[in-house]
Design a protein around this ligand. Sequence first.
Ligand SMILES: Nc1ncnc2c1ncn2[C@@H]1O[C@H](COP(=O)(O)OP(=O)(O)OP(=O)(O)O)[C@@H](O)[C@H]1O
Ligand SMILES: [Mg+2]
Length: 256
Amino acid sequence: MTDNETIITFKDVNFAYGEIQILKGLTFSIKRGEYLGVIGPNGGGKTTLLKILLGLIDPTGGTIEIFGKDIHRFTEWYRIGYVPQRAQEVEASFPATVEEVVRSGRTARKGIGHRFDHRDQLLVEDAMELTQVKKYRNTRIGALSGGERQRVFIARALAGEPAVLILDEPTTGIDIASEKAFYELLGKLNRDKKLTILFVTHDIDVIYHEAQSVLCLNHDMVCHGLSSDVLKEDVIKRLYGERATAVPHNPEHHHA
Ligand SMILES: Nc1ncnc2c1ncn2[C@@H]1O[C@H](COP(=O)(O)OP(=O)(O)OP(=O)(O)O)[C@@H](O)[C@H]1O
Ligand SMILES: [Mg+2]
């Protein structure tokens, strides 16, 4: 396994709900260790793209390879961690403690019925430490705030030791300080653990400053490349329409 290895490839992928074409001709690849942000207008197909990538829905055309295998023959789904859009709302009434939710990330990895051993507990502790939810370990997930709950679901995904982490609008509803800490965590995981990260956001600044690369999606691919190269005024207008003028702030602070 080399560093610059391509681990995910989309070739001319299409998706339609019935007659309605949602995604058209998507061709791109993701390398091991890449930190990719996905942006685009509401309904542009971002969540649909993630669901296709996770094998939850089948493309209506094209081919996808994950870790060198056609998606239909790929079975090692535990290698991909997923934090869905609005995870913090969906699970609000779930009757489990924080630690139990994080432990379930190990079960997802090793299969139901495996013995929970010392190493599993270490990974659970590590994941809770990284996301700073240890102090809530015995608290019911429903008793946490939305932002705290979001961190627990990220801990759950990390406990499964994923090679790729996929997050759909992970900081929606999270306060500014927690958001900053959150992106520091993602950056650290990407740098230190070489975790491949793919996340959806509506925040162009965040992509510009945090992610290496960007994919702009409005049914078809409007742009793809290094975030510092691609995120220009004309691309933003093509993506969101003429009234959009957002360009990144403080470009000199880009992490490069
Ligand atoms: N189960 C479904 N059946 C039919 N149409 C659907 C279904 N799920 C999503 N769609 C439609 O597909 C389109 C793309 O939805 P998707 O959730 O991928 O958008 P998105 O880019 O993630 O938007 P947002 O920024 O609002 O999260 C939308 O027009 C949506 O209404
Ligand atoms: Mg979405």
